[in-house]
Design a protein around this ligand. Structure first.
Ligand code: COI
Length: 406
């Protein structure tokens, strides 16, 4: 892989990155010889007026501010993917008939970059996010993107945009890749043209109250996704389908919705845009298995791997709302929490179902959710060793030209 600024290649930068990988013992697809890297891709990097000290508001919220640059890459059926470019952040010019706006042929993903204590950045399980956007694209009848190029685009973009990393606890750069159908066509069929783009947003905690318990409305009448449908894909329609119910839940004082399975309306699926887990006693954690309607959460998968190493028993098991309600009432369930990229771990303080309310851990953050959040974020931020090889270190760039000098 090589990237060019006005004809310069980025070999020096990628050599340094690969050296960091080698020194940190991280062996992954990106730590590869530069000659092979050079042969594969060329991301064109357009110069922009450098913004050396971006103004980042103290009240960041989530996904409301965006950095100066974005990645774009276009596809046509005749020529495949062409012209990968990092350039200024800009409005999109779309034909009003663009297929994504009508048939919703569009997917996205989300991952984060974290500031390490040494000043460089960590990406977390970036291979999983890249695989997932292609899996989503396949489900929606869209062409896959090259995994190495997509990864390289994210690494280069966050390296250039690192100054946007907010200087507050639990901040990160949220990376949002999108693939959308751009062909102007109203027929219901696969588009012949696509845009793949990546934008970056400096973010604070997903919930305004940070790492504090949320209350959750259990939706019985409305469902999010059905097995065999598109629930596994990160496609906007799944999220759009959740909005009216989420707003109704908000009016009842709940921040999120717990979705039940669409067929029997008994089994627990997901909470909001997150996977969910329940703690039995102080050592056992249960989460529903991936059923076809549930998103393959990277945080879920990380907790499945991490929790046993911390002494917890992890089970993927179907759970009905009736069982869960009973086990909260009889005290067997001591905690519940959501798991997702945006919030990492979101403790659940209360469930509201059919006009009844059940409180978990006295409405407070429980010790298990706290421990998992602390352990996982310590790996993500590079404060703790990463025995799983989940993190990819990305050195920060001083400016576009300096990447080539390294
Ligand atoms: C996640 O946390 O994994 C999400 O997908 C949240 C995003 C839709 C804002």
């Amino acid at each position: 892989m090589s990237s060019c600024v006005d004809g310069l290649d980025f070999n020096g930068y990628f050599n340094r990155r690969n050296q960091i990988h080698a020194e940190s013992g991280i062996i992954n697809a990106f730590a590869r010889p530069s000659s092979k890297i050079m042969a594969k891709h060329a991301i064109r990097i357009e110069s922009i007026a450098p913004n050396l000290s971006p103004s980042i508001p103290a009240q960041l919220g989530f996904g409301r501010h965006f950095t100066d640059r974005m990645f774009t890459h276009r596809y046509t059926a005749e020529n495949g993917w062409q012209d990968p470019t990092i350039g200024p952040y800009h409005d999109l010019i779309l034909d009003p008939a663009a297929a994504a706006l009508h048939c919703g042929q569009m997917v996205f993903d989300g991952t984060k970059a974290y500031r390490r204590p040494d000043g460089d950045l960590n990406l977390f399980r970036i291979d999983r996010n890249v695989a997932r956007i292609n899996r989503s694209a396949e489900r929606m009848g869209m062409p896959a993107v090259d995994e190495e190029l997509h990864t390289e685009a994210i690494e280069t973009l966050v390296s250039l945009e690192h100054r946007w990393m907010p200087n507050i606890e639990s901040a990160s750069l949220y990376i949002r890749p999108v693939i959308m159908a751009t062909e102007p066509v109203l027929e219901v069929r696969a588009s012949h043209e696509y845009l793949h783009y990546i934008i970056v947003s400096p973010v604070g905690p997903y919930f305004p109250d940070g790492f504090n318990p949320i209350s959750v409305f259990v939706s019985h009448d409305h469902v999010r996704a059905v097995r065999g449908g598109t629930g596994e894909a990160k496609t906007p329609g799944n999220y759009a389908a959740s909005i009216a119910i989420s707003e109704a839940a908000r009016n009842k004082g709940c921040q999120q919705v717990l979705w039940l399975d669409a067929v029997e309306r008994r089994y627990i699926d997901e909470v909001g845009a997150m996977n969910i887990a329940f703690v039995y006693g102080d050592k056992e954690i249960r989460t529903p298995p991936l059923s076809g309607a549930i998103l393959h959460g990277v945080t879920r998968d990380s907790i499945l791997r991490l929790a046993p190493d911390l002494g917890f028993e992890m089970h993927e098991t179907p759970m009905t709302i009736a069982e869960v309600w009973r086990d909260i009432e009889n005290g067997q369930i001591t905690e519940a929490f959501g798991m997702g990229t945006a919030a990492v771990v979101a403790p659940v303080g209360a469930l509201v179902y059919q006009e009844r309310e059940a409180t978990l851990n006295g409405g407070q953050t429980g010790p298990v959710a706290r421990r998992l959040y602390d352990e996982l974020t310590s790996i993500q931020y590079g404060r703790a060793a990463d025995p799983y090889g989940w993190t990819t270190v990305v050195p920060v760039a001083v400016d576009e030209q300096s990447l080539a000098m390294r």
